[in-house]
Write a protein that binds this ligand. Structure first.
Ligand code: PAF
Length: 278
């Protein structure tokens, strides 16, 4: 049975009744196959699974989509039931932040200012603050985050390490549509024309990754991906980094990351690649 838990007081009671290992999957709702993959992974690692559904105002910039972000709690509950989730914690903004914006927040450090952080000031501070709070109220042994938000996963891992949160952070592979588009709650914003163009992002990235396998440098891969992107993309960045988001290696495992807007919709994606010696 899946219980809907509306506030922190009720969560404390539900959590106290859980014995054995507890896994948490944090979401902003509008659940899709990518979230289901997180829930299944969590299920395999714990006796109880808690899913949190909270559209966190702290991580949205003033011109971003907080107001229009899809809110679909009934459908989300149905997904959680199908996936055998024990509890869905869906608090109100007032329950999470009773005094308004919290005065004490998590500072993501320098890694929070690159890539996504450079284009979304305050984003990782907002994410890490709510993640820290949700970890404290759910007290999980393990928490699963999608690789789709690769930098977010890295930042959550870094916070758990640096601040000694007693939780194991698991990264789960990105789930894609058949045509390669990474599943995202924001894909519903795409017009038919934009949706048709969107898989070109992953195709360009894969083409870049295969070039890397043939000895192309990180700089050449980056230039190639940019040249192969579908028309109409307003690019924020294409970058090749090390797997932990440091400088691109001259040889060995790396990560290729993309962010840009198709019309009014901001999309991100990333894939692993290996830079081979020439
Ligand atoms: O990835 C998300 O949906 C959000 O950033 C998260 C981790 C639930 C924090 O609000």
């Amino acid at each position: 049975m899946t219980v809907l838990v509306p506030d922190r007081a009720a969560l404390a009671e539900v959590r106290a009744g859980m014995t054995g290992r507890v896994a948490v999957v944090m979401t902003m709702g509008a659940l899709h196959e990518g979230h289901r993959a997180l829930m299944r992974d969590a299920r395999g690692r714990a006796d109880h699974v808690i899913v949190t559904v909270f559209v966190n105002p702290l991580q949205f910039g003033p011109t971003e989509d907080f107001d229009r972000y899809p809110r679909t709690l009934d459908a989300d509950l149905a997904v959680c039931r199908e996936e055998g989730v024990d509890a869905v914690f869906a608090p109100t903004r007032e329950d999470m932040y009773p005094g308004g914006k919290p005065k004490v927040t998590v500072d993501p450090g320098p890694a929070g200012a690159i890539l996504e952080g450079a284009f979304r000031p305050g984003f990782f501070g907002g994410v890490l603050t709510v993640v820290a709070k949700l970890l404290n109220v759910t007290r999980p042994d393990v928490t699963c985050f999608g690789e789709k938000d690769f930098q977010q996963l890295a930042m959550v891992r870094a916070m758990a390490d640096d601040l000694s949160f007693p939780v194991e952070v698991i990264g789960v592979e990105t789930v894609r549509e058949d045509d390669g588009l990474a599943k995202s709650s924001r894909n519903v914003y795409l017009s038919d024309e934009e949706r048709a163009a969107a898989p070109g992002i992953h195709a360009a990235m894969q083409s870049g990754a295969s070039l890397a396998g043939k000895g192309a440098s990180a700089a050449d891969v980056r230039a190639h991906v940019i040249s192969e992107l579908p028309g109409g993309i307003d690019l924020d960045y294409v970058e090749v980094t090390s797997p932990d988001l440091g400088p691109a290696p001259t040889v060995g495992p790396a990560r290729l990351l993309f962010a840009g807007r198709l019309g009014a919709t901001r999309l991100i994606d990333n894939i692993p690649l290996t830079v081979e010696a020439k």
